[in-house]
Design a protein. Structure first.
Length: 324
């Protein structure tokens, strides 16, 4: 029996040695690339993984005197309080529906913009459009909030002073009418993010081999057929990856968009309140760290489940397009 075990170990050892040798070769080959990723890995570890110990706050009645570990356990009381209130349904509905619309609309508009930029033959003009499209993405949401305010201010806003007068309409109190804000937030989000996504998709498009288009032109394919039969199918892996990344954060909202842009106006809270803004308000107004932590934990768990489900669905269709 001992001899059989020894033979098994000897049989496995060469395999392990080859794997270790292959790993060392790869490590030596890509050592400089791995070194370049080190700052990002360190940032990810410090910013995303170290704070994970704070998830314990969701299960405690936190007080500042005893600290995190000294505070008494609350079990699932924070979750019960959250889900028994109407806020749980409202913030989940708002966060999910807004992000769903953002994902679909931004994908369509970004692909369309990338396809249009690809049709421009002048490189200078192409670079100008790329820079112009990318500019809104790097503007702070605080600045965006005041840009929106300059349009929608009741007394001096551009919409009320000029556009409404041209059409003979009455001035609208935009910051007192919640029904307009689902459309306003969708427009602002598209203006800020479509350009960034279009640059990514354009980079994928210019990586397509030109021989495909030359062959299609010889066969008499129109521009529309070239887009639908060549361009879009070949950039599908990039589209899938970006969509999966967006789905993974479908319950994570842009705090600046939903808090700064509406100017934290009380009348707009029913249509602008999301999980992120709810957590912030719970901490700053009521000081209930336990319930805000429970909301954040609930958000993370649902996002985790959704990305696993979305990735599994993609794997069933095409394994190469899945994230993992």
């Amino acid at each position: 029996m001992q001899e059989a075990v020894q033979l098994d170990r000897n049989a496995v050892s060469p395999v392990k040695i080859r794997r270790v040798s292959a790993f060392r070769r790869q490590l030596k080959k890509y050592k400089w690339l791995l070194l370049m990723t080190l700052p990002g890995v360190i940032y990810l570890f410090i910013n995303n993984y170290i704070p994970m110990y704070g998830v314990i706050l969701a299960f405690k009645n936190y007080n500042y005197v005893d600290g995190i570990w000294g505070s008494e356990w609350a079990g699932l009381d924070n979750f019960k309080f959250l889900f028994n209130s109407q806020d749980a349904y409202v913030i989940t509905r708002n966060t999910f529906l807004y992000n769903f619309v953002f994902i679909v609309l931004n994908l369509v508009l970004a692909v369309l913009a990338a396809l249009l930029i690809n049709e421009i033959r002048d490189k200078v003009i192409t670079r100008f459009y790329q820079s112009t499209f990318l500019l809104p993405h790097i503007i702070s949401m605080v600045v965006v909030a005041y840009l929106v305010y300059s349009f929608l201010n009741v007394e001096s806003g551009l919409v009320n002073r000029l556009i409404a007068k041209w059409f003979g309409a009455e001035a609208v109190s935009w910051y007192g009418e919640p029904r307009y804000w689902p459309y306003i937030l969708v427009i602002v989000n598209a203006w800020k993010n479509v350009g960034y996504l279009s640059v990514i998709y354009f980079a994928a498009i210019i990586g397509i081999d030109k021989e495909y288009y030359e062959a299609a032109t010889i066969d008499g394919a129109s521009k529309w057929k070239q887009m639908t039969r060549i361009t879009i199918p070949l950039i599908t892996p990039v589209l899938t990856t970006m969509t999966l990344l967006a789905v993974s954060g479908i319950l994570r909202s842009d705090f600046g968009l939903f808090y700064q842009v509406p100017m934290n106006t009380g009348a707009l809270i029913p249509t602008t309140n999301t999980i992120d803004t709810f957590v912030y308000r719970a901490m700053t107004q009521s000081g209930d760290i336990g319930m805000s932590s429970a909301a954040g934990f609930y958000q993370s768990v649902v996002c985790f489940v959704l990305i696993l489900a979305a990735n599994a669905a993609v794997r069933r269709i095409n394994k190469r397009d899945a994230l993992f």
